[in-house]
Design a protein around this ligand. Structure first.
Ligand SMILES: Cc1cc2nc3c(=O)[nH]c(=O)nc-3n(C[C@H](O)[C@H](O)[C@H](O)COP(=O)(O)OP(=O)(O)OC[C@H]3O[C@@H](n4cnc5c(N)ncnc54)[C@H](O)[C@@H]3O)c2cc1C
Length: 451
């Protein structure tokens, strides 16, 4: 059997790895000059590379820990205690466990207790994982009350889902909280990272794939999918035919939709109806520390970013030539005015906002600033999303799609892409290979896998 895998990011590399394990002859095709997709990195000069978009993983992420061990990288994994803050009512509050919650002054004492109780209930009772049609904000308003919902939950969901924040299902929120709760002990959270950046994972993974005989073509995308009598025959790349009897697409469904439009318009339209959010990440390289915590949620209104992620509070600045690297992060619909702004406009706006938060000038300490965008950063998994998730097995014989949308109800991550890859190879008839990937807490791969 010869397979083409479209996309050389987390999902594509994981599927290629497992298919090659099953003895399939695999060819991976990636449009970008280098593999990696959303967890790609860039050079900062003579020091470690950095992810365009901040990345970490959890202690309980069984799938990625398995992969790291397969690739001989377990020794390079760093698990570190991290800290969290919340900027609310013009002040940065430490937010690391019950003690901090009891001191969280923007809401009254009863609300603090209700917040803690409801977060614990949501993360510990598995029944919430099936509540796909209930708005989590409605549930939180009813059970945790208005104060914590407006001061914490709603701003967090606004910066994650834009104007759809009211329509995010309880199932997603429960999964997200469960993931975070399981990486905490006594309120302290431990997160994982790879010494030398995730580029080490990408490079080692590509090396292993090549050793297994997988062909990898980068810098040229799939232009069309070849069909013969409703059966896949291969793909067109750079004007040339690549014949294969199996094509697995890991593309965002909107991009796959464009490829399938000439073949089956109604099916292509269904794929296009799956909404995606963009992300803007501004990265600052500073001469000094900016925030006390690794992760600060900005929940006061009127800011163009919702998270300040200070890499320097997780990975030593010594790894980055002494520079303190900070991400300002935000997910948004691409109809949002911020998306239309130029990089320079975003940079000016956000530096001013950051000065309002920290109360000090940023420019004298700024070495460099970059603005990065991802058009397909996350699926907008609102109420009704579960019903829209397309079957991994397409209506065309030999064409499969396994992508970010199959991660729902969990939060998309490299770990969960590996889970989806394992379930995909199971569906393709390789259960032994699928079983070789341990199953952690992930609920990914639950939708779209009925044969
Ligand atoms: C801001 C942000 C923060 C994140 N933080 C974390 C984190 O902390 N931990 C974590 O685990 N995950 C995190 N993620 C998510 C993680 O990066 C993704 O879940 C994962 O990388 C998705 O991989 P994928 O392969 O499904 O999709 P993608 O990475 O989107 O890959 C799709 C690939 O297809 C390629 N492609 C597009 N068109 C074509 C074509 N025509 N032909 C061939 N190839 C094509 C693209 O170039 C791309 O490489 C984060 C993501 C973002 C945006």
């Amino acid at each position: 059997m010869k397979a083409v895998v479209i996309g050389a990011a987390a999902s594509g590399l994981a599927i290629a790895y497992l298919l090659a394990r099953a003895g399939v002859c695999v060819h991976v095709i990636e449009k970008s000059p280098s593999p990696g997709g959303l967890r790609a990195t860039f050079s900062l000069g003579d020091c470690d590379r950095l992810e365009y978009f901040y990345h970490h993983f959890f202690t309980h992420d069984a799938e990625i820990n398995w992969l790291l061990s397969e690739l001989g990288l377990s020794q390079r994994v760093i698990f570190r205690e991290t800290s969290m803050g919340v900027f609310r009512n013009g002040k940065i509050h430490s937010f690391n466990g019950p003690r901090d919650l009891l001191k969280f002054s923007p809401i009254n004492m009863i609300s603090r207790l209700r917040f803690g109780m409801n977060a614990a209930i949501l993360s510990n009772f598995s029944g919430f994982a099936n509540r796909h049609n209930e708005s989590c904000l409605d549930w939180l308003r009813a059970w945790a009350g208005n104060q914590p919902t407006e001061a914490i939950w709603k701003p967090l969901l606004d910066s994650k889902f834009g104007t759809a924040s009211n329509r995010i299902p309880l199932a997603w929120m429960a999964g997200r909280l469960r993931q975070r709760a399981k990486s905490r002990k006594f309120g302290k959270e431990k997160l994982g990272y790879l010494e030398g950046s995730l580029q080490v994972l990408v490079d080692t993974w590509i090396g292993a794939l090549k050793q297994m005989g997988v062909e990898i073509t980068t810098g040229t995308g799939v232009e069309s999918i070849l069909m013969k009598d409703e059966t896949v025959a291969g793909v067109m790349v750079n004007g040339s035919r690549i014949e294969s009897d199996l094509v697995v697409s890991t593309l965002p469904t909107s991009i796959l939709s464009d490829l399938l439009h000439p073949i089956n318009e109604p099916y292509a339209n269904d794929l296009a109806s799956i909404p995606y959010l963009g992300a803007i990440c501004t990265i600052l390289s500073l001469k000094r520390q900016l925030m006390p915590a690794y992760w600060t949620n900005v929940t006061d209104p009127g800011f163009s970013f919702g998270g300040i992620i200070e890499q320097a509070n997780f990975v030593s600045p010594a790894r980055y030539g002494g520079n303190h690297l900070v991400y300002l992060s935000r997910y948004l619909e691409t109809s949002h005015p911020l998306w239309a702004m130029s990089d320079a406009e975003i940079q000016n706006l956000q530096l001013k906002e950051l000065e309002r938060i920290t109360g000090c000038d940023i420019l004298p300490d700024l070495n460099h600033c970059w603005v990065f965008r991802a058009r397909y950063a996350a699926t907008l998994n609102d109420i009704g999303f579960a019903a829209k998730i397309p079957a991994v097995k397409s209506p065309f014989s030999g064409l499969y799609l396994a992508s970010m949308c199959h991660i729902y109800p969990d939060e998309r991550s490299v770990n969960n892409s590996i889970r989806v890859a394992a379930e995909t190879v199971r569906l393709l008839g390789f259960p032994k290979v699928a079983d070789s990937v341990p199953t952690g807490l992930s609920l990914s791969g639950s939708f779209g896998f009925k044969n």
